[in-house]
Design a protein around this ligand. Structure first.
Ligand code: FPP
Ligand code: MG
Length: 297
């Protein structure tokens, strides 16, 4: 991971504008899931590290823009760039990170450039879908799944596909693994928003519903509630909830065994991911999906 950080720093230093380094030094490293995945599939060499650095820059750019869109004050346990330097700076830093990443990519390989740039188009469409779905109380599970596929799974899928291309392996098998890992990742992320706390998450808990996002657990709960309780839940939508309102939602979720239901769905994606790569017997990839589902941050 250190090699990847070095390349990211090198790429940004080449731009010779001090505010870029000042602001980007405030970005926390994160889990680097996409890089870990790519390096488990491809060989570790300078090209792989560069591709990882490029993907991490793109991911960081997308979070910079996402925090402006979500008006998020906290990211990875520290003040978001928009909170510290303002939205204008955050947007431009995102543009710089993305453009520089893409410039570096264009120097490497056309096929990888196509895979990754196509993923970024979908990523942006996914964010737009998220914004649109957050306008009203969404109960359409397919629309939610399509949105998280684009917003989150696509870049993870592209990282796995890139790793396979670099290693000369069957890219579709690994892309299928990455897609399912990505879907599971976002579903866990959405679950942790409800089950986790700010300290562990590095961002506020119970925030999605306030932002207008009816994630899987909310959709499942809505399906199971009686009409009176459905109306109560809808009344809490997009509101700053007090402790007893939060407790009402969590209790109903427990009563209706919503977390179990979401976990069943997660197991489907985990099994799809494992099945896609079973013939390769790569234990690390099996472990990544297992720990993804069990993570608490
Ligand atoms: C986080 O979602 C957001 C994403 C994974 C994707 C955001 C993508 C864009 C803003 C498109 C623009 C892309 C570039 C490269 C400039 P979330 O809000 O559910 O997660 P969070 O709780 O961690 O904020
Ligand atoms: Mg967000």
């Amino acid at each position: 991971m250190q090699k990847i950080d070095q390349y990211m720093h090198e790429f940004l230093s080449e731009l010779n504008y001090e505010p870029i380094l000042t602001m980007s030094s405030k970005l926390q490293g994160g889990k680097k899931l996409r890089s870990k995945l790519l390096l488990k599939i491809a060989n570790e060499n300078e090209t792989s590290y560069k591709i990882c650095a490029i993907i991490e820059l793109i991911h960081a750019a997308s979070l910079l823009h996402d925090d402006v869109i979500d008006e998020a004050k906290l990211r990875r346990g520290v003040k978001s760039i928009n909170a510290e330097f303002g939205a204008k700076n955050a947007i431009m830093l995102g543009d710089i990170l993305y453009s520089k990443a893409f410039y570096e990519l264009s120097l490497l390989d056309l096929k990888l450039a196509k895979v990754i740039s196509n993923a970024v188009v979908k990523l942006s469409i996914g964010e737009l879908m998220d914004v649109n779905l957050s306008e009203t109380f969404n109960t359409n599970k397919n629309a939610y799944l399509q949105m998280i596929y684009n917003k989150t799974a696509v870049l993870i899928e592209a990282s796995a596909r890139s790793g396979a291309i670099l290693a000369g392996l069957d890219e579709d098998d690994f892309a299928e693994y990455g897609k399912n890992l990505g879907l599971a990742f976002q579903i866990v992320d959405d679950l942790l928003d409800i089950q986790g706390d700010e300290q562990t998450l590095g961002k506020p808990a119970m925030n999605d519903f306030k932002e207008g996002k009816t994630t899987l657990a909310y959709m499942y709960l809505y399906e199971k509630l009686n009409p009176q309780d459905q109306a109560i839940l809808q009344g809490y939508y997009k509101k700053d909830l007090n402790e007893s309102e939060v407790a009402w939602i969590k209790n109903k979720m427990h009563e209706c065994q919503i977390f179990e239901q979401v976990h069943q769905e997660l197991n489907v994606y985990a099994n799809n991911a494992l099945k896609a790569i079973e013939k390769y017997n790569i234990k690390d990839l099996e472990d990544i999906i297992k720990s993804m589902i069990e993570r608490d941050f």
